[in-house]
Each structure stands twice: as structure tokens, then as C-alpha cells.
Design a protein around this ligand. Structure first.
Ligand SMILES: [Ca+2]
Ligand SMILES: [Ca+2]
Ligand SMILES: [Ca+2]
Ligand SMILES: [Ca+2]
Length: 407
């Protein structure tokens, strides 16, 4: 336990907390907002107990010319990522007039932030939850420089980093894909978090760039990235036998849990989501442009509604992460007695298989420790890599007295 963010007592503040390896030593550091400042504490490695949760009392910080904790439309848009491919993490945040970023100088200081784009402004509606919640810092074109993408009424907008600013190429999806009037998916993507919250950027064809996928009314739709034009190809339906409105996925305890990642180790991102009594996953079949196997439950039972997993303080914490470090993405969530994981045992030839999450892997963060009582507690629980094994993930969260991390 570390007390460096003691005093963070609102959801807006805890939503600013980021665990990221700012200085490149293989362990995640702790960043968070205080007023207009983003402050980062490096992970300490105490001698004798190298996995104890300690962050250095000293910090690096950078001050923006707007308030980061004035609203969720700012605090949730803080990104800690490498904008210029120097393997040092930089800091960005959405202000009222666009996105501002501050570059890391040799892990010794942050340069003063400046505006990298006038897009994503309040004037363009990005102070609305259905827009700012889709903002992601991702290296879409795979050139090593982190780009920024989000969904607006007309579709997906991505701006590409050149190391100095974000280049605006306009809407990068075709013919209304992912828009409010998507006639391919028959979906208004801004109408429900079970659509817009599921939109993510993942490499579903294993060619090194990130493609875009999300849940429409009738299944999962994806569009492959086209590197030469820096745009996405026409979207197609990748899952038609699961994740449909008609199967109940328009309800938030199910639809908002859909995520993309590689569960079988072939390099291509797959899709998983939590249903009423089980998780459902489809594995990418690149040649057929579809995710296979999503009609069958992936475990025998996982995160069932009758065990309390329809409470927002549980289902909203369900996350895809490689918790055991075997290279396969698992599905984990915060429940009664701590963190529960369904571990992927899927193989390229053996189909989709997950263990049943019947016991905890981490005994902190449970309802029995009062983590369910306030959103600033349960909403802050997230995977991080803070111990001596960089392959697996630990869990960290902001509790009553500061930051807690598992070992
Ligand atoms: Ca890039
Ligand atoms: Ca790709
Ligand atoms: Ca895969
Ligand atoms: Ca795993």
C-alpha cells in the first residue's frame, strides 16, 4: 500500500489514475491528476521485498492550462503513451479546445504541454459522454508513435502522430460505418454504451496495424486498417451468432463488457464478452473475416448474474488482461472476495476454453473489503504490471487510504 494519492476522493479524480511504465524499467509507474497537473511517481523497488507496493515519494509533473479534474470529460481522457518513439512515455489530455500533450525529456522532466490538435473540442461535442468515453490513445498505423482516435456522429476519427502534432485526415471510416446512421450495421452507434463503449482498436488480422471493431445491433462489426491510405476499409460483420440485441446484449451488464484481445496466441485479436452465466468468445479467422465459436460458452460457468455480477460495481470491472503471463488474454473481474479470473486455455487448433473463475487470484478489492461501496474505489481497480514479472498482470486500485496493488 502506498499513500501518494491520499486525498483523491471523487470519481473524477480517481478516473485520472494511470499505471504505465513511464521510465521504461519494466514496471508500471503511477500517474494521476491534481488540479491542472499530471504527476507521475516512479515505481520503487524496495530492497529485500522487491514486489512490495511502493511508489517513490519524488515525482515528475507537467501542468496543463486547463483543469483536469473539472469533469470526467477531461480526467478520463488522460493518456500516458509514447508519442514520438523514444521509448519514454508522454502525457496527453483533452482540454476544452482540443488535445494537449507534454513530452517526456529523458525521464528527467516533462516539456510544457501544447495543443496537438484542435479536434475533439467541446465545440465539436466531445464533452458528451458518448464521445469522450470513446477516445483512445493507440498506435493505429503501427509506426511506433501513438495516435488518437474516437467516435463522433459521422464515424471514427483518427489523427496520426508525427512526433510533434496529430495530423487530421478527417473521418477514417467509410460510408457511415460506426456513425449515428450506419446502414451496414443498422445501428446508431451513439445511441447506447452497449455500442459505443465496445468500440476498440485491435489487430484482428495480425498485420501489425490496428483495426476497428464494435458491437452493432446484430453482432460484431469490424473494419480493417489500410496502411497506405491511413483509413479503414468497409466494415463487415465478424460475428452474427452472438452479441446481438436479440440475445440480450443491448443490456449494459452484458454489452458493455465486450472486449478484443488475443486469447489463443496466434497473434490476431479475438473477441470476448460476459453473458448472463458465462463468457462468450470468438477467435479471429482472418481468411474468412469472422470470429468463430462465439455461440458456445467459453467456460462451464463464469460471472453469473445469480452471484451478483449484474451489479455495476462488478460487471463494469470485468477486463481482458493476461493475468498469468502465458501470452493468452484472460477475463478478470472484481467480486465478493477479490479478483476472479477465467484463464484462457484456448489453443490455435483446440478451440476456445477458459477455466471457471471459482476462486480469487487476489484477495484485496472485494466487497468484503468495502470496495463496492463507492465508485471511486471499485471504478479505480485495474490491471497493472508492478512486480518483477513483466509478462503477467497485477491489480491496483485506489482505496480509503491510498493506492493498493497486488503482488
Ligand atoms: Ca502511429
Ligand atoms: Ca490489422
Ligand atoms: Ca487470436
Ligand atoms: Ca493468460
Amino acid at each position: 500500500m502506498s499513500t501518494v494519492v491520499d486525498g483523491h476522493d471523487s470519481v473524477i479524480e480517481t478516473e485520472s489514475v494511470r499505471f504505465a511504465d513511464v521510465n521504461g524499467d519494466g514496471r508500471d509507474d503511477l500517474c494521476y491528476a491534481l488540479g491542472g497537473v499530471v504527476r507521475c511517481h516512479y515505481r520503487d523497488i524496495p530492497s529485500g521485498s522487491p514486489d512490495a507496493c511502493e511508489f517513490d515519494a519524488n515525482y515528475l509533473e507537467t501542468e496543463f492550462n486547463f483543469h483536469l479534474v473539472a469533469g470526467l470529460d477531461h480526467s478520463t481522457t488522460i493518456g500516458v503513451s509514447d508519442l514520438n518513439q523514444d521509448n519514454r512515455l508522454d502525457v496527453c489530455a483533452r482540454g476544452p479546445d482540443g488535445i494537449h500533450c507534454s513530452k517526456n525529456y529523458q525521464n528527467a522532466t516533462f516539456y510544457s504541454p501544447y495543443r496537438w490538435t484542435t479536434r475533439f473540442s467541446d465545440a465539436e461535442g466531445w464533452d458528451e459522454e458518448s464521445k469522450y468515453s470513446t477516445l483512445k490513445y493507440v498506435d493505429v498505423d503501427g509506426d511506433g508513435r501513438t495516435d488518437v482516435c474516437g467516435r463522433e456522429d459521422e464515424g471514427i476519427r483518427c489523427l496520426f502522430s508525427n512526433g510533434y502534432w496529430f495530423i487530421d485526415g478527417g473521418i477514417v471510416t467509410e460510408h457511415g460505418d460506426f456513425s449515428n446512421s450506419d446502414l451496414t450495421a443498422w445501428t446508431n452507434w451513439g445511441s447506447s454504451p452497449t455500442h459505443y463503449e465496445t468500440i476498440d482498436f485491435a489487430d484482428i488480422d495480425d498485420d501489425g496495424d490496428l483495426d476497428v471493431c464494435g458491437r452493432g445491433r446484430h453482432g460484431i462489426y469490424c473494419a480493417l486498417f489500410d496502411y497506405p491510405t491511413r483509413t479503414f476499409e468497409k466494415e463487415t460483420r465478424w460475428v452474427s451468432n452472438q452479441f446481438l440485441d436479440a440475445y440480450g446484449w443491448n443490456q449494459e451488464p452484458y454489452g458493455t463488457t465486450i472486449q478484443f484481445g488475443d486469447i489463443n496466441g496466434d497473434g490476431a485479436a479475438d473477441v470476448c464478452g460476459r453473458g448472463g452465466a458465462n463468457i462468450y468468445c470468438g477467435v479471429a479467422n482472418v481468411t474468412q473475416s469472422r470470429f468463430d465459436g462465439a455461440d458456445q460458452g467459453a467456460a462451464s460457468i463464469a460471472f453469473p448474474y445469480w452471484d451478483g455480477w449484474n451489479a455495476e460495481n462488478r460487471y463494469d470491472t470485468i477486463v481482458m488482461t493476461d493475468a498469468d503471463g502465458d501470452g493468452l488474454q484472460d477475463m478478470c473481474g472484481r467480486g465478493y472476495a477479490g479478483i476472479y479470473c477465467a484463464f484462457s486455455e484456448s489453443t490455435i487448433f483446440g478451440g476456445i476454453s477458459f477455466t471457471d473463475p471459482t476462486s480469487t487470484i487476489v484477495s484485496t478489492f472485494g466487497d468484503n473489503g468495502s470496495w463496492h461501496t463507492r465508485e471511486q474505489f471499485w471504478g479505480s481497480v485495474q490491471p497493472a504490471s508492478v512486480n518483477s514479472n513483466p509478462a503477467d498482470s497485477e491489480f491496483c486500485g485506489v482505496g480509503w487510504a491510498g493506492v493498493y496493488c497486488s503482488q
